[in-house]
Write a protein that binds this ligand. Structure first.
Ligand SMILES: Cc1ncc(COP(=O)(O)O)c(C=O)c1O
Length: 448
């Protein structure tokens, strides 16, 4: 089964997988003015809300901020079809249901799904990760990006024998207590929990700084001499200058530099953002793409640090299903295809084509916009750019975004339902998909 369009969202929602595949063959509406109906999707989502908190298994899938509901994306049950730029929030870099990945997973599955014992497939994926990611000499697999980040922070603290960590406003590192700190405005704010249920004691040692503001980080180091275990950041919003500055500060202060590459790893380049920007951290967290659509996370780094992790060292971290053969296989097969000649050039070419087209269309309609891309990742904000940190991003027009999102959806374009989330390009997207997206955007922007 070779899918022609990246819009065939196999497996993206419970309502979707439970239904027949009849909807997959439904063509995109032939005119851009015709909009979709979501009757069955709404029924299914109404039921989901009685079964699961908010009707979803992960909060950002909910459509509270833009109106509508994720059931709308049960494109099969209503027969609607979308061009998908969410790509299961990043992992679907080859598009959904890639033949080679599925075939390999099926073969592995015939032998069993998990043994809780070391398997050769772990070594194979580990070698691929180590070969690709400059900072990684040794790796530990987990089941999610959140778990990887939990292990990583414990490791940083164990290695340095310090407790405080610096994170940045607007950076997400999974849902572990210590990371659920966004902090308000201000150059550097002592972390306060973002979510009820997070004890203040859990975030006391989390210090929050403004992104792309090196002075803010310097000031925190000054105020907390020899107390900072690590600086943790998502590297893609940065520029090389900022990343290099942070690298120097960490080295000078004996802190571990962590790039959280759960989103950017194998997405902006085969070696992640660290390869793209040429700045090497001490520890890297990964997830999404390395699992090829199955649950995998990982943290890795210098051998000297990683050998602190049990059973090699004293820092405990574990997982019943970590490194299971199915997930390892999906990752291995996905990465094999990503090593083919020209993959990342092609992803970036298409991301650029889309962002340039959307920005030009917005300008034509007099809408303020700021867009950017790196490899197979892109985004835009409805605000005069450039957008270089979270505070600037919050100035974007949320109301315009909500209308835009809904109108694009109703015409067959599935964008992330949050203005702060990136878009993801896959190898399955065609130029025709992108041209169509831009044509639909032109129609929608005329109404905003
Ligand atoms: C940068 C980053 N870190 C960590 C996570 C958490 O990963 P997961 O959702 O697999 O737990 C995410 C998820 O979006 C992420 O983008």
């Amino acid at each position: 089964m070779k899918l022609a369009l990246a819009s065939l969202l196999i497996g993206s929602a419970a309502a979707f997988t439970a239904s027949s595949s009849a909807g997959y063959s439904t063509a995109l509406k032939s005119t851009v003015t015709e909009t979709y109906s979501f009757t069955k999707s709404e029924e299914i989502f109404a039921e989901a809300q009685t079964l699961m908190p908010g009707g979803v298994s992960s909060p950002v899938r909910a459509f509270k901020s833009v109106g509508g509901n994720p059931g709308a994306y049960a494109w099969d049950v209503d027969g609607n079809k979308y061009i998908d730029y969410v790509g299961t929030w990043g992992p679907a870099i080859l598009g959904h249901a890639d033949d080679d990945v599925l075939d390999a997973v099926k073969k592995t599955m015939d032998k069993g799904t998990s043994f809780g014992a070391p398997c050769a497939l772990e070594n194979e994926l580990a070698k691929a990760v180590i070969d690709a990611v400059p900072s990684v000499e040794m790796v530990r697999f987990t089941n999610s990006g959140t778990e990887a980040c939990m292990g990583m922070i414990r490791l940083c603290r164990a290695y340095t024998n310090r407790e405080k960590v610096i994170k940045f406003e607007g950076c997400y590192h999974g849902h572990a207590d210590a990371f659920l700190v966004q902090a308000g405005s201000g150059v550097a704010t002592l972390g306060l929990p973002d979510s009820p249920g997070v004890p203040s004691s859990a975030t006391k040692a989390t210090l929050c700084a403004e992104y792309n503001n090196l002075d803010a980080v310097k000031a925190i180091f000054e105020d907390n001499k020899e107390e900072i275990a690590a600086v943790i950041l998502e590297p893609v919003v940065g520029n090389s200058e900022f990343l290099e500055g942070i690298r120097e500060l960490c080295t000078a202060n004996g802190a571990v530099l962590v790039f959280d590459e759960v989103m950017t790893g194998f997405r902006v380049s085969y070696g992640g953002a660290q390869k793209y920007f040429g700045v090497t951290p001490d520890i890297t967290t990964m997830g999404k793409v390395i699992g090829g659509g199955l649950p995998v996370g990982a943290y890795g780094g210098k051998k000297e640090i990683m050998e602190m992790v049990a059973p090699a060292g004293p820092m405990y971290q574990a997982g019943t299903l970590s490194g299971n053969p199915l997930a390892m296989t999906a990752g291995i097969e996905t990465m094999k295809k990503l090593r083919e000649e020209g993959v990342y050039e092609e992803l970036e070419r298409k991301s650029k084509m889309l962002v340039d087209g959307i920005v030009a269309t917005a300008e034509k309609h007099g809408l303020p916009i700021s867009g950017d891309y790196a490899g197979g990742m892109f985004g835009w904000y409805f605000v005069e750019g450039p957008v270089k940190n979270f505070q600037q991003a919050t100035k974007a027009n949320a109301e315009t975004f909500g209308k835009w999102h809904r109108a694009m959806l109703e015409r067959g374009v599935y964008l992330a339902p949050s203005m702060y989330e990136a878009g993801f390009m896959s190898m399955a997207h065609t130029d025709a998909d992108i041209e169509r997206t831009i044509a639909i955007a032109d129609e929608v922007m005329a109404t905003l």
